[in-house]
Write a protein that binds this ligand. Structure first.
Ligand SMILES: C[S@@+](CC[C@H](N)C(=O)[O-])C[C@H]1O[C@@H](n2cnc3c(N)ncnc32)[C@H](O)[C@@H]1O
Length: 356
């Protein structure tokens, strides 16, 4: 009798779990989304208090982490255990160590360090995103970083942090572009539009020893471009044009033009105008390379390029993210040929096209 009762109970709970063979409906995804703010702020707290740096020398106990960070024991226990829960740290007996991604990207002395980016998200982006309900209602952004008066200060603070994020992809692109460079005599001219740290032009200029970079950006950001170029021994191969990319004169005869993460903040109309201006500035056979967060053509995913479109809604006058179909259509209309995707180690491929 007891067995029959148990079986009945099992059948009943199964019915609750999967009605009609469909997976059960639970609030799990929604509660996880509602907690979405917390992992970023835990990362920020760990970075700011040096938790990852302290652990970079090897696994440590709670007491050793407390001593190394000068934080409270209560704070370290809670934060470290939560980071174990998220897999960024691991526990071996009474010691805590870094998971491979934490070791590669969260330790400030590592070349791939992304702590600056996390700090930027937590400090600069979060406040603007808190205004999202109002932004959605009115269609008006919280700020307009595409305008020099609001964007120059914003970008000067974090473009250098973007360098590490995009460097592996920029290296792969440089390798691809250097295989068959456009014909040139003595001077290979690279136009880096909205250059920021110069991440998209620097790896290419290091491969092409006769290359010269012309970087365009706001006046407040160009000193960052210069200091990064100097760190890469390219100071004497860099010229700068300061001002709004829509209005400054780029000059002409460029063999490569890079547009790294700029079309999304310009929006469709200004992006199309900019692409035409780039076409005119390229030499015949010159190549345009566009780095963007690219949603699928049907715009049903992946989630991050679509989330980034919301980021543009919050932070720019008319920004958005664009599919390959949209961007390749614009390029084609302008006259670009051989439009293709170059796979690189980043969430989206780079779009490359040639001026015939
Ligand atoms: C997202 S950052 C990208 C920087 C760099 N290309 C990269 O991929 O890391 C955008 C850059 O564009 C610059 N920018 C944005 N709008 C601009 C405009 N209208 N005129 C000139 N520069 C602009 C910003 O100052 C910033 O350096």
């Amino acid at each position: 009798v007891a067995k029959r009762k148990l079986n009945k109970k099992a059948v009943r709970s199964k019915a609750v779990k999967s009605k009609g063979g469909k997976p059960p409906v639970t609030p799990q995804r929604i509660t996880e989304m509602a907690w979405g703010f917390a992992p970023m702020l835990m990362l920020q707290a760990a970075i700011k208090n040096g938790v990852f740096d302290v652990l970079s020398a090897g696994p440590k106990t709670f007491d050793e982490i407390v001593a190394g960070t000068q934080c409270s024991r209560r704070g370290i226990v809670a934060l470290v255990e939560a980071l174990v829960g998220f897999g960024l740290l691991n526990r071996r007996k009474d010691r805590f160590g870094l998971a491979p991604d934490a070791a590669a990207f969260m330790v400030s002395s590592k070349p791939g360090y992304l702590g600056g980016l996390v700090k930027h998200f937590a400090a600069q982006l979060l406040d603007n995103w808190r205004q999202l309900p109002e932004v959605v209602r009115t269609g008006k952004p919280a700020t307009m970083v595409d305008h020099e008066d609001q964007g120059a200060e914003f970008f000067s603070k974090f473009v250098e942090d973007l360098f590490n994020m995009s460097f592996p992809a920029a290296e792969a692109l440089a390798e691809e572009l250097a295989k068959k460079p456009a014909a040139h005599d003595g001077r290979f001219k690279i136009l880096d539009i909205a250059a920021g740290s110069g991440v998209w032009s620097i790896p290419l200029a290091k491969r092409m020893t006769d290359a010269h970079i012309t970087a365009v950006d706001f006046a407040k950001v160009l000193p960052v471009t210069r200091s990064v170029a100097e760190r890469h021994q390219l100071g004497d191969r860099l010229s700068t044009i300061e001002g709004d990319i829509q209005s400054v004169d780029f000059g002409g005869g460029f063999h490569v033009a890079t547009l790294g993460h700029i079309l999304h903040s310009e929006g469709e109309a200004k992006s199309r105008r900019l692409l035409k201006k780039v076409y005119d500035a390229l030499a015949p056979g010159g190549v345009i390379a566009i780095a963007e967060f690219i949603p699928d053509d049907d715009r049903n995913g992946p989630p991050y390029p679509l989330l980034f479109a919301v980021n543009m809604l919050v932070n720019t006058e008319d920004g958005d993210t664009f599919s390959f179909k949209q961007m390749s259509g614009w390029l084609k209309e302008i006259g670009f040929k051989r439009i293709r995707k170059v796979e690189v180690p980043s969430p989206s491929p780079i779009i490359v096209a040639v001026k015939a």
